[in-house]
Design a protein around this ligand. Structure first.
Ligand code: ADP
Ligand code: RBF
Ligand code: MG
Length: 156
């Protein structure tokens, strides 16, 4: 995947409201425009990387890109679960992410519990991978240190 690492910024919009309620794993969704702007060589699947809300701290993240086969979505989505506990929601804020590496393809599951267990494994995998020295550099990237993150900008 030649587009990795992929730098992406956009407003956090409302999704189906399933992440927190059904799964206990909230995912910040990007708008359709941002989803449509993704390069075609970033295939659907589960990824790990870095994320920051507004001008906030940089945290580890896992992201799901695709159609959520378990839910049979018709629209492609890009959803980021930030591995950090926030005080509340941040709809309307600007989320900046760097997609660093690929974990696995999207799968269908026979139960909600199996989907949740798979996501928990993804989170553990992301935590481990992002501790590697080669990935620490991207955490410090200037992309996260622009002083005024006011506009929706795609790319670097
Ligand atoms: P939706 O379907 O609207 O995306 P979710 O249940 O997936 O709803 O919840 C996502 C929302 O939860 C995000 O848009 C954000 O405002 C909030 N949120 C709180 N903590 C986190 C987190 N650690 N990672 C991602 N989103 C979070
Ligand atoms: N949905 C699926 O249908 N299949 C998956 O394999 C899958 N893996 C995911 C992995 C991660 C790390 C995350 C954050 C989400 C994943 N989802 C998957 C998406 C999940 O169904 C979605 O976040 C909820 O439907 C809330 O929108
Ligand atoms: Mg969501």
């Amino acid at each position: 995947m030649k587009s990795l690492p992929y730098f992406c910024r956009g407003e956090v919009v409302r999704g189906f409201g399933r992440g927190s309620k059904e799964l206990g794993i909230p995912t910040a969704n990007f708008s359709e425009e941002v989803v449509d702007s993704f390069p075609s060589d970033i295939s659907t699947g589960i990824y790990y990387g870095w994320a920051s809300v507004g001008n906030g701290d940089v945290h580890k993240m896992v992201a799901s890109i695709g159609w959520n086969p378990y839910y049979k979505n018709v629209k492609k989505s890009v959803e980021t679960h930030i591995i950090h506990t926030f005080a509340g929601d941040f709809y309307g804020e600007i989320l900046s992410i760097i997609i660093v590496g690929y974990i696995r393809p999207e799968k269908n599951f026979s139960s909600l519990d199996a989907l949740i267990a798979a996501i928990q494994d993804d989170i553990e995998e992301a935590k481990k991978k992002l501790d590697l020295p080669e990935h620490q550099k991207l955490k410090e990237d200037n992309f996260f240190h622009t002083t005024t993150v006011t506009n929706i900008v795609n790319g670097h």
